[in-house]
Design a binder for this molecule. Sequence first.
Ligand code: URA
Length: 243
Amino acid sequence: MAKNERLDKLTAAAFGLSRSEAAKAVKGGRVSLNGQTVTDPERKISPTEVIFLDGQRGIYEKYIYIMMDKPEGYLSATEDREGEPVTALLPDGLRRRKLGIVGRLDKDATGLLLLTDNGELNHRLTSPRYHMDKVYRVRLDGRADEEDIRAFADGMELGDFKTMPARLEIMGEGEICLVTIKEGKFHQVKRMFEKRGLTVLSLRRLSIGGLRLDDALGAGGWRYLTAEEKKYLEEKSGIKQKN
Ligand code: URA
């Protein structure tokens, strides 16, 4: 059974407000439960109760999980550092949640990006111990060949580390390839090709483990993970979500 929590805390979580903003909204008579206005921010309620703010339904979820099709030119960051972070593509309420990125992508890379405020799950999925295969589609300035396939499969010395065996699949003439890696070190795919004398012209992540990029999103599009996708990640990381 989920533990009861204070109304202001759950209102904050359900609508992406700060705790004091939520308390103010409750005191101001803007929040209702079961059709009744509730003005006591300390009132204990179950996280399964549906909260309405200004007549809008909020669904309380302890953690949120978002899939995004990262567009080129955005930083895999949650704050503005040296450019626009991907979170700028999310609505205000979501931006206030402490979202982390599960496996970053370079600024010029596109494709599947996973965001969550479940820090423990993020930590586990990013660890190479959990062996989440990441699949990338790359376009090269030349043609990859059988020798490259072998070099990827053998593991490569990249100076600071040796890669785990990776899979390289050549499409058509060899300028387009699919690469599957287990780790996610900085610029890893680009560095692997560089070592083979090839330059990556574009890189797009298609999947992380069994989680596939939803083609319907389009560049910059996002959606919440489905219950099935969340279950998959929880099982994979060995974490059962407690509400
Ligand atoms: N490998 C790279 O080189 N860049 C990415 O963004 C991801 C993997």
